[in-house]
Each structure stands twice: as structure tokens, then as C-alpha cells.
Design a protein around this ligand. Structure first.
Ligand code: 5GP
Length: 181
């Protein structure tokens, strides 16, 4: 057991499962977007491991860009979203797939989707490593491509942090209680 593993109480989504689900999602996206040249817009920083795995399995023309918003402090959502790094690509008349680590309340993605619609995107769908429907506070956000649906509880790993740490775990898990204190 490695140093990082010793901080984890329980695995929620193994690395093997992430890779096999990304394969399935990549084939779906390939099928849905061939000839559409979609722009995958990753939400920094949590999207990085998921996005880099997902794109390996997409077999059609696609572009990448990144957006950074701040909306989250500690372990509960605030509902406030500000753009701290904007995309460089013009999304007007383009198909956008937002790539996110986890959808919880949905507030972040609601704001980001509004932004892309305002900028004239033809379509806007969500790809998320994890979906936590129990936390949802808006019915306007439903991720189309999801690796795993999970119950309530705070998870880390594969991009997801606690106080900026644990993003480098290659699976998703629940932290041991002593780590919080
Ligand atoms: P939402 O706006 O959907 O409530 O929040 C989305 C963001 O909240 C995610 O991108 C993530 O940064 C954070 N978040 C929500 N649930 C969790 C969780 O269980 N673990 C971690 N590490 N972050 C979470």
C-alpha cells in the first residue's frame, strides 16, 4: 500500500473501472459527434485526469480548451461562480462538451452552460467522471456522459481534491476521517 492509499478509507471507483468506462463513453461520443468537430471544454483543475483518459477513446476530429471557474470552498458549494480563466476558442455555432470531475449541486455547470449558450454554441452537453444526484439543486443540469453515479459523501482522487491535495490518486475514494481533523 502506497503513501496516498494510506489516506483512503474506501475505494468508490477503481482505476480499471475508470478506464473501461472512459472507453465506453469515448465510443459514444465518437458516434454522437463524428463530423461535428466538437470542442471539449475541461473545467480546471479537476478535469485533467478524466479528460486525458477520455480523449484517448474518442476517434473523431475534436478540439480541446479549458475554463477555470471558482465556485467551491472547503466541502460545500456556495452557488457563486466566477470565471478565473476563460477559453480561447470561439464557440459560436460549435458543439461543446463540458468535461467536469463531478456534478453535485449543478450550480457550476448551470452557469457554465448559460455562458456557452450566450456565446452562441449550437449544443452543449456534459461529460462527468462522477454524478452525485442526491446533491442536485437545479433540474437544468443532467450530465449525458457519466462514468459512475455515486451516493452522498465527499470523494477525492482522479482530479478531485481536498484542500488541493489527492488529485493525483489514480482512483476515486473516501478519505479517512482523521485526514480532516
Ligand atoms: P456543483 O456546482 O455541482 O455543486 O459543484 C461542482 C464542484 O464541486 C466540482 O467540480 C468539485 O470541485 C466540487 N465537488 C462537489 N462534490 C465533491 C466531492 O465529493 N469531492 C470533491 N473533492 N469535490 C467536490
Amino acid at each position: 500500500m502506497g503513501y496516498m492509499d494510506s489516506k483512503i478509507e474506501r475505494i468508490v471507483l477503481s482505476h480499471d473501472k475508470i478506464v473501461s468506462k472512459c472507453h465506453d463513453l469515448g465510443m459514444k461520443i465518437t458516434n454522437d459527434y463524428k463530423d461535428k468537430r466538437p470542442i471539449l471544454v475541461g473545467l480546471l483543475k479537476g478535469c485533467i485526469p478524466f479528460m486525458s483518459e477520455l480523449i484517448k477513446h474518442i476517434d473523431c476530429d475534436m478540439e480541446m480548451d479549458f475554463l477555470e471557474v471558482s465556485s467551491y470552498n472547503g466541502t460545500s458549494s456556495t452557488g457563486l461562480v466566477t470565471i478565473t480563466k476563460d477559453i480561447k476558442t470561439d464557440v459560436k455555432n460549435r458543439h461543446v462538451i463540458i468535461v467536469e470531475d463531478i456534478v453535485d449541486t449543478g450550480y457550476t455547470l448551470k452557469e457554465v452552460m448559460n455562458l456557452f449558450k450566450y456565446k452562441g454554441a449550437l449544443s452543449c452537453e456534459i461529460a462527468a467522471l462522477l454524478d452525485k444526484p442526491s446533491g442536485r439543486k437545479t433540474d437544468l443540469v443532467t450530465p449525458k456522459y457519466v462514468c459512475e453515479t455515486i451516493g452522498p459523501g465527499f470523494v477525492v482522487g482522479f482530479g478531485l481534491d481536498y484542500d488541493q491535495l489527492y488529485r493525483n490518486l489514480d482512483y476515486v475514494g473516501i478519505l479517512k476521517k482523521e485526514v480532516y481533523s
